[in-house]
Structures are given as structure tokens and as C-alpha cells.
Design a binder for this molecule. Structure first.
Ligand code: GDP
Length: 139
């Protein structure tokens, strides 16, 4: 399935403001199929594990606190060229730099509370999907 899957989370700010449905509509209209989806809440330890690559960054503690502050929606998506097409759909990390019409431009509050996650490689998409879903749930 490499190349066809990506992983996303609707982050706590977007879920809390009731934007999950609108965001999912954009995702589905862009041609992504939902393969697995669950509402969950990350513990600080689970959020820290997900973002372990950033643990030396100055914003790591803030990021962990934010990501464990409320429910998130974890979703596995399928489409040709899924990772790069989805990164285009969500826009730049900093919403001030995100292109018009992107999910972050529409819904992100700040560089931290930026509404949505998108995997940055095929390899990480599978690692991240496995962090939330068993193989049985995904296929
Ligand atoms: P992404 O791949 O676009 O999500 O960006 P990164 O992998 O670089 O960063 C992961 C997440 O950390 C981002 O989505 C933001 O929620 C958060 N983040 C990134 N850069 C900053 C920053 O400079 N300050 C803060 N507070 N959070 C950041």
C-alpha cells in the first residue's frame, strides 16, 4: 500500500470548535477515502511518543500539552500520491504562510494549534497509522 496511504489527526483546537465535519468534507471531496477513523484523547506520554522526533525542539513541551488538551480524530486515508497530495491540501505548518483554500488557512489558529496533522513521508504514514490502529482495523 506504500504511496497510497497517509495518516491525519484533526487536532484538539479544530475538534473543540466543531470543525471536524467541515474538515472531513474537504478531505473527502479532494478524493481521499477514509480507511480507519477514531475519536480519542492522547495522554501526554502518547502525544510525546508521536512527536518524539521533536523532543529537542523548544516548543516540544507546549506541543505535548496542546496535543493532549482535548479529543482528536485519528484517520487513515487512501488515495494515489496520498502523502504529498494531503500535505498540499492542509497547507504550511504556520497558517500565516498557508495557501488560500487549504485546511490550515481556513481553520488553524496558530503555528501550534494548526487544526490538522499530515504525515510527511510514506514510511511515517505507516508508522503513524500503526500508532493508532491495528492492521486488522486499517484494512
Ligand atoms: P507539520 O509537519 O506541518 O505538522 O510540522 P512539524 O512536523 O514541523 O511540527 C509538528 C507540529 O508542531 C506542528 O504541526 C505544530 O502543531 C507544532 N509546531 C511546529 N513548529 C512550531 C513552533 O515553532 N512553535 C510551536 N509552538 N509549535 C510548533
Amino acid at each position: 500500500m506504500a504511496g497510497k496511504l497517509t495518516f491525519t489527526m484533526i487536532k484538539p483546537d479544530a475538534f473543540a470548535e466543531g470543525n471536524s465535519g467541515a474538515i472531513l468534507k474537504i478531505i473527502e471531496e479532494a478524493g481521499f477515502a477514509v480507511k480507519a477513523m477514531k475519536l480519542t484523547k492522547l495522554s501526554p506520554a502518547k502525544a510525546g511518543g508521536f512527536y518524539a522526533v521533536h523532543k529537542e525542539r523548544p516548543f516540544f513541551n507546549d506541543l505535548v500539552n496542546y496535543m493532549s488538551s482535548g479529543p482528536i480524530v485519528a484517520i487513515v486515508l487512501e488515495k494515489d500520491n496520498a502523502v504529498s497530495d494531503f500535505r498540499k491540501l492542509i497547507g504550511a505548518t504556520n497558517p500565516a504562510e498557508a495557501a488560500e483554500g487549504t485546511i490550515r488557512k481556513l481553520y488553524a489558529k496558530s503555528i501550534e494549534a494548526n487544526a490538522i496533522h499530515g504525515s510527511d513521508s510514506d514510511e511515517n504514514a505507516l508508522i503513524e497509522a500503526s500508532y493508532f490502529f491495528s492492521e486488522l482495523e486499517r484494512y
